[in-house]
Design a protein around this ligand. Sequence first.
Ligand SMILES: NC(=O)C1=CN([C@@H]2O[C@H](COP(=O)(O)OP(=O)(O)OC[C@H]3O[C@@H](n4cnc5c(N)ncnc54)[C@H](OP(=O)(O)O)[C@@H]3O)[C@@H](O)[C@H]2O)C=CC1
Ligand SMILES: O=C(O)CCC(=O)C(=O)O
Length: 495
Amino acid sequence: MNTPKSIAVCYGDGIGPEIMESTLSICKSAGFKHTIEVITLGKNLYDKGYKTGMSEEAVSVLKRVPVLLKAPLTTVQGEGMRSVNVTLRKMMGLFVNVRPSNNLIFNHSKNINVVVIRENSEDIYSGIEYRNSYDTRTSIKIITEQASYRICDYAFRFAQQNGRKKVSCFVKDNIMKMTDGIFHKMFLEVANHYPDIEKEVLILDIAMANLAKYPERFDVIVTTNLYGDVVSDVCAELSGSIGIAGSVNLGTKYAMFEAVHGSAPKIANKNIANPMGMVNAAIMMLNYLNENHISEKILRAWMQCVKNKWLTRDLVDNPKVALNTQDFTDTMIKCIRDDNKTSVNIDAHSINIPDTMQTDTSDYYSRVSEYIKHRTLVGVDIYVDFTGNLNKILEIINTFDKINGKNVSIDLVPINESIFLNSILSKGMELWPTVLLTNDYTTDYITCRFIASKNINFNNHDITALMNAFEENSVNIVKIETLYISPKRDMGFAN
Ligand SMILES: NC(=O)C1=CN([C@@H]2O[C@H](COP(=O)(O)OP(=O)(O)OC[C@H]3O[C@@H](n4cnc5c(N)ncnc54)[C@H](OP(=O)(O)O)[C@@H]3O)[C@@H](O)[C@H]2O)C=CC1
Ligand SMILES: O=C(O)CCC(=O)C(=O)O
C-alpha cells in the first residue's frame, strides 16, 4: 500500500465529537502528523436534501483520501434515512469488518481474546424491504457464494498471519438452509486450503451460549453481516465494555476505522463517554498506515491506565472513582509523554491486518452462464394479497383450466402435461393441501406454488398467463418468484 499522508475524519453524532476530539488529541500527542480532512456526513445533510446523507464534497474527499476515521453516526429507528454507516461500507467496497475484543489487560474470571471477522457487504443488512400487504412486511436476506468464500478466506488468512489456531463459523443453516447453508459450504471449502488451522461450525444459538460461558474457547469467528454485528457487540461487552472495541472495515482500495459501538445519545454531551473504542480503531488505523511506533505508544499508555485503574465510568465498579472523558484523555496524554517503553508488554495486543485480495473472477462469468444455460424453470410462486376462505382461491385457480395452451390442475396427484398447483403457503407454512390443526394462522399474504410436470416446457409466457388469469379474477399479485432446478438437480428454492 502507498501510505497516504492525509486521512479523512468524520466527527459523527451523539458522543461522536467528544470521543473523536479525545482520539485525535491522543494520536497527535503520540506523534501522529497526517493532515486531517474533516468531512460531514449524516442526518444534517439528509435534511438539506442529500438523500444518502453525503455531500459531493465528502464523496470527493473520500475518493482522494482512502483512509477514513469515523465516529459513530446515528440512524433513526424504524423510519427515515438509510444508515450512512452501511452506505459507506458499500460505497467504499468495504467487504471485511475486523472486530477484535480481548480482556488480556483486565483481571476477569473469564478470558476472551477473540477476533470477529464479519461479512460486511450483504445479508439482511442490505435493507431490501417491502410492505407486501396490509399485514405483512418482508426483508430480503441475500448471501452470495462469492462474498461468503471471500470473507471465509480472509478469516483463515487473518488466523494464519496472526498465529491464531482456530476459526469458528457461526451460521443458522438448520433453518436457513440455502443462505446460511452456502456460507457454511464455502467455509468448509476454504478451510481445506488451511489444514494447519482448526475449523469448527456452530449453530448460532448454541455458539452464543458457548461464547457467554466459555469465551476462552474462541479465537477467530467468521460469520455473516447481521450475526457479526451482534456477536461482536457481545464480545466487546465480555471484554469489559462496549465502549472499548475498535474495528476496521476494509476493501481493496479503501479502509474505514470506527468504534464498534454507536452514537450513544443517552450519554452524549455529558463528558462521560469512554473514547477507547475510537482510540482502539485509531490504533488499527495507525498500524495500517505503518505508524506502529505511534500506535505502540498509545497502547502502552492505555495499559498504564488500566493497571492504575484510571478508567471511565463504564469500566469501574464505583462511579465515584471514574474519570470523565476529558480527564481520561489528559491522563492518556500524560502517560504517552512519560512513556518509558519497557513497563508493559504489548505484543499480545498487536493485530496484523492482512490486505484484502481482489476476488479471482477469471472464471466467474463462465460459471454464471453455464449455470443459466443448464438450469430449468420448473414453476413459479405467485404471492397474492388475499384474506378469507382458501376454498375461494382454489375455486378461482380451478377455473384457469388452460393457460397458454397448457392444462392447469389442482389435482393432488399431478397429471401429465400440466401445470399443477403444488401448494398454497403463507410465511413458508403449507396451508394446502396440508390442513392446519388450528385457525390461529391468520394471514393476508398467500403464496400459490405452481409446478410444471416434467414433460412440458414451462416458460416465462406461462408465468405471464398465470398472472393474467389471477388478474382477470381480481386477485392482487404482490410478487412472483421463479422456481428453478440446477444442472445438478439441486433445488433452486426451499421446499
Ligand atoms: N457504526 C456506527 O456508527 C453505529 C451506529 N449506531 C447508531 O447509534 C445510535 C445509538 O445506538 P444504541 O442502540 O443506543 O447503541 P450505542 O452503542 O450507541 O449505545 C448504547 C449504550 O452503550 C453504552 N456505550 C456505548 N458506547 C459507549 C462509550 N463509548 N462509552 C461508554 N458507554 C458506551 C452506553 O450505555 P449506558 O447508557 O448504560 O451508559 C450507551 O447508552 C443508533 O442510531 C444506531 O443506529 C449503532 C452502532 C454502530
Ligand atoms: O448504521 C447504524 O446506525 C448501525 C450500524 C451497526 O450497528 C453496525 O453495523 O455496526
